[in-house]
Design a protein around this ligand. Structure first.
Ligand code: CP
Length: 317
């Protein structure tokens, strides 16, 4: 694996999950793999889990992680080729990225979508510019379209908590939010579910919140949340803004917030969310503080997801 931006970069999802679970059992088993190497983490947007879990994973592999809060402390970067830089941008990606490539062995980047233009966001031009110009492997810490380290942690968590021989039923359900939220986690979760292919998978959201076909492909979609939730083993809760009316909040739909009542026909359902979340807007206290919640184990598994990916990159660079 030379880069980790989407599930398409992964040859064997099950092997990556297995490796993550092996690191969970023995976190230092490959501590010599990254010895003497540096990994750079560039954050153009805020983060808690991704920032800390990736640093911990890197240290477990013997790497030296260095973080730059590029969004607040770095120079404003220009990404357009041929730009006459007489505006607000200070440094071109063509100049900055090769320098990062000389400082580090692996580069990680977090860059959110602007939610102004679907075409621009789906081009994922910022992280792809780093890939083009840095000359070293690039790992997405969440880009304009996807959050693959999150999705791998999601799958590590699901496989840990499901021991039956049948396929699990997994539901991605839209949740209310007060402001426009990127599609990355939902896109990515859907893409990984389809590529993994070992679940009975359904996406449910109010009309107008259908995901982009670029990521959702032929995933089953319904706007009937109650029907979708019936018999679910895992319910992944996430808000996203509209794709058809790009980046807009079309309606609050408070009735879509998941409560115990919604799960009356899914007695075994475990509940997941990537975090951060707004309590009693996206998810109810009763679920978050009850036995169904997998939120803390899921966030903990972010370490093993990152460790599995970084080790794969180090072995194949
Ligand atoms: N789930 C997730 O990516 O969390 P952070 O934004 O805190 O990194």
């Amino acid at each position: 694996m030379k880069q980790f931006i989407t599930v398409k970069d992964v040859k064997d999802i099950d092997a990556l999950i297995r490796q993550g679970r092996e690191y969970k059992a023995n976190r230092l088993k490959d501590e010599a793999l990254g010895r003497g190497k540096r990994i750079g983490l560039m954050f153009f947007n805020p983060s808690m889990r991704t920032r800390l879990s990736t640093q911990i994973a890197a240290k477990n592999l013997g790497l030296d992680p260095i973080v730059l809060n590029a969004g607040t402390e770095g120079w404003a970067l220009e990404f357009q080729d041929g730009a006459v830089m007489n505006g607000t941008t200070v440094e071109h990606i063509r100049d900055a990225a090769p320098i990062l490539g000389s400082y580090f062995d692996v580069l990680c980047v977090r860059t959110f979508p602007k939610l102004a233009s679907r075409e621009e966001d789906e081009s994922d031009h910022v992280i792809r510019a780093f890939i083009r110009h840095a000359g070293i492997p690039v790992i997405s810490l969440e880009s304009a379209t996807c959050h693959p380290l999150q999705s791998l942690a999601d799958l590590i968590t699901i496989t840990e908590h499901f021991q039956e021989s049948r396929k699990p039923k997994i539901v991605l359900t839209w949740a209310p939010h007060i402001k426009p939220i990127p599609h990355c986690v939902a896109n990515s979760f859907t893409e990984w579910m389809l590529a993994w292919g070992k679940a009975d998978f359904v996406v449910t959201a109010p009309k107008g919140y259908e995901l982009s076909p670029t990521f959702a492909g032929d995933a089953t979609f319904t706007d009937r949340q109650n029907e979708a939730l019936e018999g679910a083993d895992f319910v992944y809760v996430k808000n996203w803004s509209s794709v058809s009316e790009y980046g807009k909040v079309l309606g609050q739909h408070p009735e879509w917030m998941l409560t115990e009542k919604h799960l009356s026909r899914a007695p075994k359902a475990k509940v997941m969310h990537c975090l951060p979340l707004r309590r009693n807007v996206e998810l109810s206290d009763e679920i978050l503080d009850g036995p169904r919640s997998l939120l803390t184990p899921l966030a903990t598994n972010r370490v093993w997801s990152a460790q599995s990916v970084i080790s794969e990159i180090l072995r194949n660079r």
